[in-house]
Write a protein that binds this ligand. Structure first.
Ligand code: SF4
Ligand code: SF4
Length: 166
C-alpha cells in the first residue's frame, strides 16, 4: 500500500513537471514557440540573382515540381544572353532527388554551387558574368550526358536527323 502511494505521488510529480515546466520534452521549445506563433519562414529554394534562367532544372525534374516564371524585367547576363525566366520550386511535389541542383549548369559545368536546392539554396553568389566568360573544360561524353537532360529532346532529335541526312 505504501509503495502504491509512493508510485502515484512520483507519477503525479513527474507529470506536473512535464506539463508546467516542460521537463523531458524532446522537441525544442524555441522551435515550438516559433511554430505556434507563425514565425517559421520557408527557406529560399532558388538563388534568383545568380540563376541564369536556363530552365535545365525544370527539364530534369521527374515530378514536375519546377515551373519557370517570367521575370517582370528581363536581365542581360552577357551580350546576347538575356535571362527572361526563373524557376519556382513546389516543395509539395518535390521528392528531394537533387537532380535540379546536380544538373544546374552552375554546378555541373562550372563547379559552383547550384542556384537551386530542394531544401535551402543558401547564400550563393558566384560572379555569373565572370563565370560565363571562363572557358569550360569538359569531355564530349559529359556534355552529351548533361545535354540530354538539359536540352529539349526535340532539339537533340532534330540535330541528329540533320547529321544523319548529310
Ligand atoms: S529535388 Fe525536387 S524539385 Fe529538384 S528535381 Fe528532384 S523532385 Fe524536382
Ligand atoms: S538549372 Fe540552375 S541556372 Fe538553370 S534555371 Fe535552374 S537554377 Fe537557374
Amino acid at each position: 500500500m505504501k509503495n502504491l502511494v509512493r508510485i502515484v505521488l512520483e507519477g503525479t510529480y513527474s507529470n506536473v513537471k512535464r506539463i508546467f515546466f516542460a521537463s523531458d520534452r524532446v522537441t525544442d521549445m524555441d522551435l515550438r514557440s516559433k511554430i505556434l506563433e507563425g514565425r517559421i519562414v520557408p527557406t529560399d529554394k532558388v538563388a534568383e540573382v545568380p540563376c541564369i534562367g536556363c530552365g535545365g532544372c525544370k527539364n530534369v525534374c521527374p515530378t514536375g515540381a519546377i515551373e519557370m516564371v517570367e521575370l517582370e524585367e528581363p536581365v542581360e547576363l552577357l551580350e546576347g544572353l538575356v535571362k527572361e525566366e526563373i524557376p519556382v520550386l513546389d516543395s509539395i511535389k518535390c521528392v528531394n532527388c537533387y537532380y535540379c541542383h546536380d544538373f544546374c549548369p552552375l554546378y555541373a559545368l562550372f563547379g559552383e554551387a547550384g542556384t537551386i536546392h530542394p531544401n535551402d539554396v543558401g547564400d550563393v553568389r558566384p560572379d555569373v558574368r565572370e563565370m560565363l566568360e571562363k572557358p569550360v573544360k569538359i569531355s564530349e561524353d559529359k556534355i552529351a550526358f548533361i545535354a540530354q537532360y538539359l536540352s529539349d529532346n526535340a532539339i537533340i532529335r532534330k540535330k541528329e536527323d540533320q547529321k544523319n541526312s548529310k
